[in-house]
Design a protein around this ligand. Sequence first.
Ligand code: NIG
Ligand code: FE
Length: 404
Amino acid sequence: MSADLLIDGLSTLYTCDPSAPGLGEHRQVSLAFAEGELIYLGPPAHAPDAETVIDGEGLIGLPGLVEPHSHAIWAGSRADEFRRRLAGASYSEILEAGGGILSTVAATRRASRQDLAENGRARLVGLRAHGVCTVEIKSGYGLDPATEARMLEAAWDCGDTVRVVPTFLGAHAVPPELKGDRAAYVRQVIDEQLPRVRHLAENIDVYCDRGAFSLDEALEILSAGKVAGLKLRAHAEQVAYTGIAAAAARLGATSVDHLERLPDADIAVLAQYGTVAVLLPGAQLYLRDIPPPVGALREAGVPMALGTDLNPGSSPVHDPWTIAALACILQGLTVEEAVLGLTRNAGLALGRPELGWLGKGSVADLALFRPPAGEPPDVAGLVQQMAGHRAVVLVRDGELVFGA
Ligand code: NIG
Ligand code: FE
């Protein structure tokens, strides 16, 4: 049997296979791909021949990384807001005064589908360079039916760069034209936006928080999304506690994200429903916030995923490896938890259990990294060192994306 692609004699591979202990570590191993599938994983001596052969000596292999929470499509700049926040203004104050998310909304409404896709693609090329194969992209900077749809269409256009998982986030903020009439906007989200975008999105998300949507409004929107056949997510317990994390879990949400103010009682509910906790240490850092309750999540057995939360305001972070280091330093994750957070648990957060690991039943995505200078081929060096690691080889669906 001959393969299309052989990675020969890889020094260290972490499959992150759910049926393997720990990170599913293998030393001195070869992997072969044919017709979009992983067809061999084992000792180099028994590997099949292949058309393309890549020497894995000295390299670290991981499943193609999964980005479970991004706002990677936007127009405009918030660099000036960064200055204002450094001078003391808070994120919520800026939003309430019509800036923050709403300033991105104004710029995004003016941008064409082509412009949005072009900007988005440039950011996704950056994520891909770090070893990311799959990126969740949220709408939420349109806040009207046409612009929400245009953002999601632009997300689809970016599918030539990474595997895109599109999420509808009409309930991100109340648009300026309906300021003060949240009820009217909730109706628009449910009656006008959702029917228009339901076939463009895989998930629905809500920002339930002080200054955004209430628990009742968020649940009404998520329930409508569920009826429309979308998977559910929520921005939860970030600025103020609302109860959305537990309530969304009960409704069947695949993940709840942020969670800085998640109380112990609600952690038990996430554990009971198998909801993934998506941690976003970039937002914690930029907003100088407190960490989510990682020790209690661990103890309860809640799977933890990590996202960049890539967006122009609260987390302009383009590198999942920086996020992994921050998750360990600021939030208390172990190296192994951080790696699972960028891979298998990120796939679970998206309700896509075939993503983020390598083995029978997984997608055939692989990222190879050279260890930082002087380091052994061990993933701990990648997590420890904030060097903006770039993949030297990337394989998606069994096809070489770059490297040879
Ligand atoms: O996940 N918290 C709300 N939404 C985003 C921020 C988006 C923005 O600031 O533009 C978040 O942090
Ligand atoms: Fe977000």
